[in-house]
Design a protein. Structure first.
Length: 589
């Protein structure tokens, strides 16, 4: 569904002001048409009883006036049966429509999440985490609620208006036309208030997203806030955002508060006029008392659907902002895509070749300038250089987080752009500077990405990574629950779990990105020992600023301004007395 939808959205990223955003939801309603149709049939049964209620009131008023007790008992029996049927229809309408609405929200949420998984890293770098979380939760919940409300309240209310008005025309067309005189004015007012609610709701939801992003940012950096004693500053910043949120929500609530009494006054004015006209028609013999009671009951039955229509319309317009915010995500397309005929990358030996690779984020700011080299299977290649030289970019291109602007990258002679992304990335593992752990057990973090795994294999990987000893001492061993981001583990422990994860992944190509730079001496010793085991038999790329970690590499490439300016072993580069020797002298003096 996502692919079809994104193709449709990319044809036009703009929407006519007259075209409702809800039209984009049709592909999500279609799979659940049978549930919606059943709910609609129940709605028709429920609404069909409304004219009967008005008719029954008319019959009862006449029977009471004539003192016909037996007739009243008979009418009461029919009324009980009608209410039983009405209750069953109402249950079917409510239950079936709730299920359909929740299904739509579920499908939409999964599709949005799946689409986010395909987007480029740049999108996440520029987006706010709190905003994305709000869209996936609150915005989609609101869409599900309004889909349910549309079929559960809005459509039934419209049908009730139609059914009851038809019965009122049958009773007396003059009185009915008089009732309808205020309808255009009420409709215009509802439309105006609805558009105003949409505008204010968009602002309010954007503000809530900002508040959510602020909270996510603060909770992630709570240690830094405490360290710099900036709690007061953060409280003031939160207070300012919360105040903006309060003002925008109040603006929406105030419009709603104005709307109901304003429209209610117009309705009351119309009802008063109706009673005056009804009294005149009775006095002239054009209307009977029974008919007027039934008609008055019909008018009363119109009030509730008018109120429901008004409130539902307001909520529908408010939720339209959520629809816009969700489909904004679908309009963002990934730039890293597989070719239609992409093949699975077979198991490789690990030979990696860069051929005149060029790359830039901005056209006038090149990051890589025609880099070429060949890394043989099992070779350890170190990439050193100042920050911004292009070391991490080289590895990001190998993982196809980005594509080169020129040149190509080959693995075992196969262009990585000709293979599927999953088959490529399955044969590469990364041990980053800052290990990311997810909420779950130690075992599930080591076996990350595997739906099923054997605990014996996890333990074997942990032993290679020097992690088995500390894991065994935890309260529940490998089943110990890891808190969010692994904050209950030390940096060295987290790093050894990352190494165990890479061991279990069993890649042919390994990337070590500053893997020991943030560790103390004891932890670094354990991690280095684990890394030496992990590197055996693999092609390894080591990104490092600390030259002590790269002196045993088979070859060292020194990068400056996106170019390889020196290459060789540690001893060769020291003897050359170039940039590497200068780095070495600075660090060890």
């Amino acid at each position: 569904m996502t692919k079809q939808l994104t193709e449709q959205l990319t044809k036009s990223t703009t929407r006519s002001p007259k075209q409702t955003s809800y039209w984009l939801l049709r592909d999500y309603l279609r799979p659940h048409w049978l549930l919606i149709a059943k709910a609609f049939l129940c709605t028709l049964g429920f609404i069909g009883t409304m004219p009967l209620l008005a008719h029954i009131l008319g019959l009862v008023s006449e029977a009471l006036a004539l003192g016909k007790v037996s007739e009243i008992v008979q009418i009461s029996g029919y009324t009980v049966l009608m209410f039983v049927g009405r209750g069953l229809c109402q249950y079917g309408q409510d239950a079936l429509m709730a299920k359909a609405a929740l299904n739509v929200a579920m499908d939409l949420r999964v599709d949005v999440y799946a689409h986010l998984q395909k987007l480029d890293l740049d999108y996440f770098a520029e987006s706010r985490t709190g905003d994305l979380s709000y869209r996936l939760t609150e915005d989609i919940d609101r869409i599900g609620e309004v889909v349910g409300k549309f079929f559960h309240q809005f459509v039934p209310s419209i049908l009730q208006l139609v059914f009851v008005l038809a019965y009122m025309f049958y009773l007396n067309w003059v009185l009915t036309l008089t009732t309808l005189l205020v309808a255009p004015l009420v409709a215009l007012l509802i439309a105006w208030f609805g558009n105003r609610m949409l505008e204010l709701s968009r602002r309010s939801q954007d503000q809530v997203s900002s508040l959510s992003s602020l909270l996510s940012e603060v909770f992630s950096g709570i240690r830094l806030i405490r360290a710099f004693a900036t709690e007061g500053y953060e409280i003031q910043r939160f207070k300012a955002e919360a105040e903006q949120n309060r003002r925008r929500k109040f603006a929406t609530d105030r419009i709603r508060a104005i709307q109901y009494p304003f429209i209610g006054f117009i309705e009351a004015f119309g009802i008063c006029g109706l009673f005056v006209l009804g009294a005149w028609l009775i006095s002239t013999g054009q209307l009977t008392g029974k008919q007027f009671v039934a008609f008055a009951a019909g008018v009363l039955l119109l009030i509730d659907p008018i109120v429901n229509t008004t409130s539902s319309y307001n909520e529908i317009k408010q939720a339209e902002a959520s629809v816009d915010r969700i489909f904004e995500i679908f309009r963002v397309q990934p730039t890293i895509i597989e070719k239609p005929n992409a093949q699975e990358l077979p198991e490789v030996t690990g030979k990696v070749e860069y051929q005149n690779v060029q790359f830039h984020y901005q056209p006038d700011q090149p990051i890589l300038r025609g880099i070429s080299f060949l890394a043989f299977s099992g070779e350890v290649i170190a990439l050193v250089g100042s920050s911004g030289a292009g070391k991490s970019t080289l590895m990001n291109l190998l993982m196809r987080f980005y594509d080169p602007c020129g040149g190509k990258i080959l693995i075992d002679g196969i262009n990585i752009q000709d293979v599927t992304l999953q088959s490529l990335r399955r044969q590469i593992a990364v041990v980053p500077q800052e290990t990311i752990l997810f909420s779950g057990t130690i075992a599930s973090n080591i076996a990350f990405g595997q739906e099923t795994f054997e605990i014996e294999a996890v333990e074997a990987a942990a032993k290679i990574a020097n992690a088995h000893e500390f894991i065994s001492q935890l309260p529940h061993g490998y089943l110990t629950w890891v808190g969010e981001r692994g904050v209950n583990l030390s940096g060295g422990q987290r790093q050894r779990i990352a190494i165990a994860r890479a061991v279990l992944h069993n890649p042919k190509i390994l990337i070590l990105d500053e893997a020991t730079s943030a560790l103390d001496a004891e932890s670094e010793s354990l991690v280095q020992e684990a890394l030496q085991r992990l590197m055996l038999g693999r092609t390894v790329f080591v990104i490092a600023h600390r030259l002590a970690t790269v002196r045993n590499s088979d070859r060292i490439f020194v990068l400056e301004q996106g170019q390889v300016v020196e290459s060789g072993t540690h001893d060769q580069l020291i003897q050359q007395g170039g940039r590497y020797a200068q780095f070495h002298t600075r660090q060890f003096q």
